[in-house]
Design a protein around this ligand. Sequence first.
Ligand code: 13P
Ligand code: SF4
Length: 328
Amino acid sequence: MNNEQRPVLKNGHIDMPIDESINLCAEIDNLRKKKNAVILAHYYTTDEVQKIADYTGDSLGLAQQAAKTDADIILFAGVHFMAETAKVLCPNKKVLIPDLATSCSLADSINEKALAECIRQHPGHTVISYVNTTAEVKALTDIVVTSSNAVKIVSQLPKDERIIFGPDRNLGAYVKKVTGRENMVIWDGGCHVHDGFSVEKLRELKAQHPEAKVLAHPECPQAILDLADHIGATSYLLKMSEEQPDNEFIVATEPGIFYEMKKRSPQKTFIPVPSKSGHPLNMCVNMKRNSLKKIYLTLKYEFPEVDLPKHIAEKAVVCINRMMEMSK
Ligand code: 13P
Ligand code: SF4
Protein backbone atom coordinates (compact mmCIF):
# COMPACT_ATOMS: atom_id res chain seq x y z
CA MET A 1 0.00 0.00 0.00
CA ASN A 2 1.46 3.39 -0.88
CA ASN A 3 1.24 6.41 1.42
CA GLU A 4 -1.72 7.93 -0.46
CA GLN A 5 -3.89 4.84 0.08
CA ARG A 6 -3.13 4.76 3.78
CA PRO A 7 -5.91 5.87 6.09
CA VAL A 8 -5.24 8.89 8.27
CA LEU A 9 -4.35 8.36 11.92
CA LYS A 10 -6.18 10.26 14.62
CA ASN A 11 -4.78 10.14 18.17
CA GLY A 12 -2.47 7.29 17.13
CA HIS A 13 -5.05 4.98 15.52
CA ILE A 14 -7.14 4.58 12.38
CA ASP A 15 -10.41 6.33 13.05
CA MET A 16 -12.97 5.53 10.33
CA PRO A 17 -16.54 4.30 10.36
CA ILE A 18 -17.07 0.60 9.72
CA ASP A 19 -20.17 -1.36 8.87
CA GLU A 20 -21.63 -1.95 12.34
CA SER A 21 -23.21 -5.22 11.23
CA ILE A 22 -19.94 -7.02 10.50
CA ASN A 23 -18.73 -9.70 12.88
CA LEU A 24 -15.40 -8.25 14.00
CA CYS A 25 -14.08 -11.53 15.45
CA ALA A 26 -14.78 -13.39 12.19
CA GLU A 27 -13.27 -10.59 10.07
CA ILE A 28 -10.13 -10.51 12.22
CA ASP A 29 -9.87 -14.26 11.91
CA ASN A 30 -10.13 -14.11 8.08
CA LEU A 31 -7.50 -11.38 7.86
CA ARG A 32 -5.12 -13.15 10.21
CA LYS A 33 -5.30 -16.35 8.12
CA LYS A 34 -5.09 -14.57 4.76
CA LYS A 35 -2.05 -12.52 5.82
CA ASN A 36 -0.31 -15.15 7.96
CA ALA A 37 -0.48 -12.82 10.97
CA VAL A 38 -0.21 -13.67 14.65
CA ILE A 39 -2.00 -11.67 17.34
CA LEU A 40 -0.14 -11.30 20.64
CA ALA A 41 -2.00 -9.74 23.58
CA HIS A 42 -0.89 -8.82 27.09
CA TYR A 43 -2.88 -10.11 30.07
CA TYR A 44 -3.88 -6.51 30.88
CA THR A 45 -5.85 -5.96 27.65
CA THR A 46 -9.64 -6.25 27.65
CA ASP A 47 -11.39 -9.64 27.80
CA GLU A 48 -12.57 -9.36 24.17
CA VAL A 49 -9.03 -8.72 22.94
CA GLN A 50 -7.58 -11.60 24.99
CA LYS A 51 -10.34 -13.83 23.59
CA ILE A 52 -9.28 -13.35 19.93
CA ALA A 53 -5.50 -13.42 20.54
CA ASP A 54 -3.34 -16.31 19.33
CA TYR A 55 -1.19 -15.90 22.44
CA THR A 56 -1.72 -14.04 25.67
CA GLY A 57 1.13 -13.54 28.10
CA ASP A 58 3.24 -11.28 30.26
CA SER A 59 5.96 -9.11 28.78
CA LEU A 60 8.62 -11.87 28.83
CA GLY A 61 6.28 -14.55 27.46
CA LEU A 62 5.14 -12.31 24.60
CA ALA A 63 8.72 -11.33 23.69
CA GLN A 64 9.58 -15.04 23.58
CA GLN A 65 6.55 -15.75 21.37
CA ALA A 66 7.53 -12.91 19.02
CA ALA A 67 11.09 -14.21 18.78
CA LYS A 68 9.98 -17.66 17.66
CA THR A 69 6.96 -16.98 15.46
CA ASP A 70 7.04 -17.89 11.79
CA ALA A 71 4.17 -15.54 10.96
CA ASP A 72 4.85 -12.74 8.45
CA ILE A 73 3.00 -10.14 10.51
CA ILE A 74 2.92 -9.66 14.29
CA LEU A 75 0.01 -7.62 15.59
CA PHE A 76 0.89 -6.57 19.13
CA ALA A 77 -1.99 -5.67 21.44
CA GLY A 78 -0.22 -4.27 24.48
CA VAL A 79 1.65 -1.03 24.89
CA HIS A 80 4.14 0.64 22.57
CA PHE A 81 7.40 -0.52 24.19
CA MET A 82 6.24 -4.16 23.94
CA ALA A 83 5.57 -3.88 20.19
CA GLU A 84 8.93 -2.15 19.84
CA THR A 85 10.64 -5.07 21.63
CA ALA A 86 8.98 -7.46 19.15
CA LYS A 87 10.29 -5.34 16.26
CA VAL A 88 13.82 -5.34 17.72
CA LEU A 89 13.67 -9.14 17.96
CA CYS A 90 12.13 -9.57 14.49
CA PRO A 91 13.53 -6.74 12.32
CA ASN A 92 12.41 -8.40 9.09
CA LYS A 93 8.80 -8.88 10.12
CA LYS A 94 6.00 -6.37 9.91
CA VAL A 95 5.02 -5.43 13.47
CA LEU A 96 1.62 -3.74 13.71
CA ILE A 97 0.20 -1.88 16.68
CA PRO A 98 -3.50 -1.00 16.88
CA ASP A 99 -2.78 2.31 18.62
CA LEU A 100 0.51 4.21 18.62
CA ALA A 101 -0.63 6.21 21.65
CA THR A 102 -0.40 3.21 23.99
CA SER A 103 2.25 4.78 26.18
CA CYS A 104 3.36 3.51 29.59
CA SER A 105 3.94 5.75 32.61
CA LEU A 106 6.96 3.68 33.57
CA ALA A 107 8.61 3.83 30.15
CA ASP A 108 7.87 7.58 30.13
CA SER A 109 9.73 8.07 33.41
CA ILE A 110 13.17 7.69 31.77
CA ASN A 111 14.70 8.86 28.49
CA GLU A 112 18.03 8.30 26.79
CA LYS A 113 19.37 11.76 27.60
CA ALA A 114 18.77 11.41 31.34
CA LEU A 115 20.09 7.84 31.38
CA ALA A 116 23.25 8.91 29.49
CA GLU A 117 23.84 11.58 32.16
CA CYS A 118 23.35 9.02 34.95
CA ILE A 119 25.85 6.67 33.25
CA ARG A 120 28.34 9.56 33.02
CA GLN A 121 27.92 10.22 36.75
CA HIS A 122 28.35 6.53 37.65
CA PRO A 123 31.23 5.15 35.61
CA GLY A 124 31.90 1.42 35.83
CA HIS A 125 28.25 0.54 36.55
CA THR A 126 26.34 -2.17 34.69
CA VAL A 127 23.13 -0.69 33.28
CA ILE A 128 20.09 -2.89 33.86
CA SER A 129 16.85 -1.64 32.35
CA TYR A 130 13.37 -2.95 32.83
CA VAL A 131 11.77 -4.00 29.55
CA ASN A 132 9.29 -1.12 30.10
CA THR A 133 11.61 1.33 28.30
CA THR A 134 11.99 2.72 24.79
CA ALA A 135 14.41 1.16 22.29
CA GLU A 136 16.60 4.29 22.66
CA VAL A 137 16.98 3.61 26.40
CA LYS A 138 17.65 -0.07 25.68
CA ALA A 139 20.39 0.99 23.25
CA LEU A 140 22.29 2.40 26.30
CA THR A 141 21.60 -0.70 28.41
CA ASP A 142 23.79 -3.70 29.20
CA ILE A 143 21.04 -6.13 30.22
CA VAL A 144 17.25 -5.89 29.94
CA VAL A 145 15.07 -7.56 32.57
CA THR A 146 11.35 -8.14 33.02
CA SER A 147 9.59 -8.61 36.34
CA SER A 148 9.72 -12.39 35.64
CA ASN A 149 13.48 -12.60 35.52
CA ALA A 150 14.95 -9.50 37.25
CA VAL A 151 15.89 -11.37 40.45
CA LYS A 152 17.30 -14.34 38.51
CA ILE A 153 19.43 -12.12 36.26
CA VAL A 154 20.79 -9.78 38.96
CA SER A 155 21.64 -12.84 41.10
CA GLN A 156 23.93 -14.10 38.31
CA LEU A 157 26.13 -10.98 38.52
CA PRO A 158 29.06 -10.84 40.98
CA LYS A 159 28.00 -9.76 44.49
CA ASP A 160 30.00 -6.52 44.32
CA GLU A 161 28.84 -5.51 40.80
CA ARG A 162 27.89 -1.83 40.66
CA ILE A 163 24.50 -1.50 38.99
CA ILE A 164 22.27 1.24 37.62
CA PHE A 165 18.71 -0.15 37.73
CA GLY A 166 15.80 1.66 36.09
CA PRO A 167 13.25 2.94 35.72
CA ASP A 168 10.99 1.29 38.33
CA ARG A 169 11.89 2.27 41.89
CA ASN A 170 9.65 -0.39 43.43
CA LEU A 171 10.97 -3.28 41.34
CA GLY A 172 14.50 -1.97 41.94
CA ALA A 173 14.00 -1.91 45.73
CA TYR A 174 12.46 -5.39 45.62
CA VAL A 175 15.36 -6.82 43.55
CA LYS A 176 17.89 -5.14 45.86
CA LYS A 177 16.20 -6.63 48.92
CA VAL A 178 15.84 -10.17 47.54
CA THR A 179 19.34 -10.38 46.00
CA GLY A 180 21.08 -8.56 48.86
CA ARG A 181 22.93 -6.26 46.41
CA GLU A 182 24.34 -3.14 48.04
CA ASN A 183 25.67 -1.27 45.02
CA MET A 184 22.48 -0.39 43.17
CA VAL A 185 21.64 3.09 41.92
CA ILE A 186 17.85 2.94 41.50
CA TRP A 187 15.96 5.24 39.12
CA ASP A 188 13.01 7.12 40.62
CA GLY A 189 10.27 6.04 38.19
CA GLY A 190 6.97 4.27 38.71
CA CYS A 191 3.86 2.81 37.15
CA HIS A 192 0.73 4.85 37.92
CA VAL A 193 -1.31 1.64 38.24
CA HIS A 194 0.91 -0.40 40.58
CA ASP A 195 1.96 2.68 42.55
CA GLY A 196 -1.69 3.58 42.93
CA PHE A 197 -3.15 0.70 44.98
CA SER A 198 -4.60 1.69 48.34
CA VAL A 199 -2.79 0.08 51.30
CA GLU A 200 -5.69 0.99 53.56
CA LYS A 201 -8.25 -0.72 51.28
CA LEU A 202 -6.01 -3.77 51.00
CA ARG A 203 -5.93 -4.01 54.83
CA GLU A 204 -9.74 -3.74 54.89
CA LEU A 205 -10.09 -6.48 52.25
CA LYS A 206 -7.77 -8.76 54.22
CA ALA A 207 -9.89 -8.23 57.33
CA GLN A 208 -13.11 -8.95 55.37
CA HIS A 209 -11.62 -12.05 53.69
CA PRO A 210 -9.30 -13.61 56.29
CA GLU A 211 -8.91 -16.81 54.22
CA ALA A 212 -7.87 -14.99 51.04
CA LYS A 213 -4.26 -14.97 49.85
CA VAL A 214 -2.78 -11.72 48.51
CA LEU A 215 -1.04 -11.74 45.11
CA ALA A 216 1.09 -8.65 44.26
CA HIS A 217 3.24 -7.49 41.34
CA PRO A 218 6.72 -6.22 42.32
CA GLU A 219 5.95 -2.85 40.70
CA CYS A 220 3.81 -2.22 43.82
CA PRO A 221 5.36 -0.23 46.69
CA GLN A 222 6.85 -2.05 49.69
CA ALA A 223 3.80 -1.27 51.88
CA ILE A 224 1.67 -3.41 49.50
CA LEU A 225 4.32 -6.12 49.13
CA ASP A 226 4.56 -6.38 52.95
CA LEU A 227 0.92 -7.54 52.96
CA ALA A 228 1.36 -10.05 50.10
CA ASP A 229 1.57 -13.85 50.26
CA HIS A 230 2.98 -14.22 46.72
CA ILE A 231 5.00 -11.61 44.79
CA GLY A 232 5.88 -11.91 41.11
CA ALA A 233 5.28 -11.04 37.49
CA THR A 234 1.86 -11.42 35.93
CA SER A 235 2.53 -15.00 34.76
CA TYR A 236 3.76 -16.00 38.24
CA LEU A 237 0.65 -14.57 39.94
CA LEU A 238 -1.47 -16.45 37.44
CA LYS A 239 0.38 -19.68 38.22
CA MET A 240 -0.11 -19.15 41.98
CA SER A 241 -3.83 -18.49 41.51
CA GLU A 242 -4.10 -21.78 39.64
CA GLU A 243 -1.76 -24.02 41.62
CA GLN A 244 -2.31 -22.91 45.21
CA PRO A 245 -5.15 -24.75 46.94
CA ASP A 246 -6.77 -21.50 48.21
CA ASN A 247 -10.15 -20.46 46.86
CA GLU A 248 -9.98 -16.70 47.37
CA PHE A 249 -7.33 -14.27 46.15
CA ILE A 250 -6.94 -10.52 46.61
CA VAL A 251 -5.04 -9.30 43.56
CA ALA A 252 -2.74 -6.24 43.47
CA THR A 253 -2.02 -5.99 39.77
CA GLU A 254 -3.91 -4.72 36.72
CA PRO A 255 -7.40 -6.30 36.71
CA GLY A 256 -7.18 -7.46 33.06
CA ILE A 257 -5.48 -10.53 34.55
CA PHE A 258 -8.84 -11.66 36.00
CA TYR A 259 -9.92 -12.88 32.56
CA GLU A 260 -7.19 -15.55 32.47
CA MET A 261 -7.41 -16.27 36.21
CA LYS A 262 -11.14 -17.00 35.97
CA LYS A 263 -10.66 -18.98 32.76
CA ARG A 264 -8.13 -21.25 34.47
CA SER A 265 -9.91 -21.44 37.84
CA PRO A 266 -13.64 -20.71 37.33
CA GLN A 267 -14.49 -22.00 40.82
CA LYS A 268 -12.21 -19.47 42.60
CA THR A 269 -12.92 -15.88 43.69
CA PHE A 270 -10.64 -13.01 42.68
CA ILE A 271 -10.93 -9.67 44.44
CA PRO A 272 -9.37 -6.48 43.01
CA VAL A 273 -7.57 -3.96 45.22
CA PRO A 274 -9.08 -0.47 44.72
CA SER A 275 -6.95 2.53 43.82
CA LYS A 276 -5.98 5.26 46.30
CA SER A 277 -8.52 7.51 44.56
CA GLY A 278 -11.24 4.98 45.47
CA HIS A 279 -11.81 3.41 42.05
CA PRO A 280 -12.72 -0.27 42.57
CA LEU A 281 -10.79 -1.32 39.42
CA ASN A 282 -7.32 0.23 39.19
CA MET A 283 -6.81 -0.05 35.41
CA CYS A 284 -4.07 0.67 32.87
CA VAL A 285 -5.82 2.99 30.41
CA ASN A 286 -3.06 2.42 27.86
CA MET A 287 -3.65 -1.33 27.67
CA LYS A 288 -7.40 -0.72 27.34
CA ARG A 289 -6.87 1.41 24.21
CA ASN A 290 -6.59 -1.83 22.21
CA SER A 291 -10.05 -2.61 20.80
CA LEU A 292 -11.44 -5.15 18.31
CA LYS A 293 -12.27 -2.36 15.87
CA LYS A 294 -8.71 -0.99 15.95
CA ILE A 295 -7.26 -4.51 15.57
CA TYR A 296 -9.52 -5.15 12.57
CA LEU A 297 -8.59 -1.88 10.83
CA THR A 298 -4.89 -2.28 11.62
CA LEU A 299 -4.81 -5.79 10.15
CA LYS A 300 -6.84 -4.70 7.13
CA TYR A 301 -4.62 -1.73 6.24
CA GLU A 302 -1.40 -3.15 7.77
CA PHE A 303 -0.99 0.18 9.50
CA PRO A 304 0.19 1.67 11.87
CA GLU A 305 3.45 -0.17 11.85
CA VAL A 306 6.29 -0.03 14.39
CA ASP A 307 9.47 1.21 12.81
CA LEU A 308 12.87 1.82 14.35
CA PRO A 309 16.13 3.35 13.19
CA LYS A 310 18.49 0.49 12.28
CA HIS A 311 21.34 1.71 14.52
CA ILE A 312 19.01 1.80 17.58
CA ALA A 313 17.50 -1.62 16.85
CA GLU A 314 20.97 -3.14 16.39
CA LYS A 315 22.11 -1.87 19.79
CA ALA A 316 18.85 -2.69 21.60
CA VAL A 317 18.83 -6.30 20.41
CA VAL A 318 22.13 -7.02 22.20
CA CYS A 319 20.78 -6.35 25.71
CA ILE A 320 17.45 -8.09 24.97
CA ASN A 321 19.28 -11.19 23.73
CA ARG A 322 21.46 -11.10 26.84
CA MET A 323 18.24 -11.23 28.88
CA MET A 324 16.92 -14.14 26.83
CA GLU A 325 20.17 -16.05 27.42
CA MET A 326 20.34 -15.28 31.16
CA SER A 327 16.69 -16.16 31.81
CA LYS A 328 16.91 -19.66 30.30
P1 13P B 1 4.78 -8.15 33.24
O1 13P B 1 6.26 -8.31 32.99
O2 13P B 1 4.33 -8.84 34.46
O3 13P B 1 4.01 -8.48 32.02
O4 13P B 1 4.53 -6.63 33.54
C1 13P B 1 4.49 -5.70 32.50
C2 13P B 1 3.86 -4.48 32.94
O5 13P B 1 3.69 -3.57 32.19
C3 13P B 1 3.45 -4.44 34.33
O6 13P B 1 2.78 -3.31 34.59
FE1 SF4 C 1 3.02 0.59 31.97
FE2 SF4 C 1 1.90 0.36 34.35
FE3 SF4 C 1 0.41 0.04 32.17
FE4 SF4 C 1 2.25 -1.80 32.88
S1 SF4 C 1 0.39 -1.25 33.97
S2 SF4 C 1 1.90 -0.96 30.83
S3 SF4 C 1 3.86 -0.49 33.74
S4 SF4 C 1 1.43 1.94 32.81
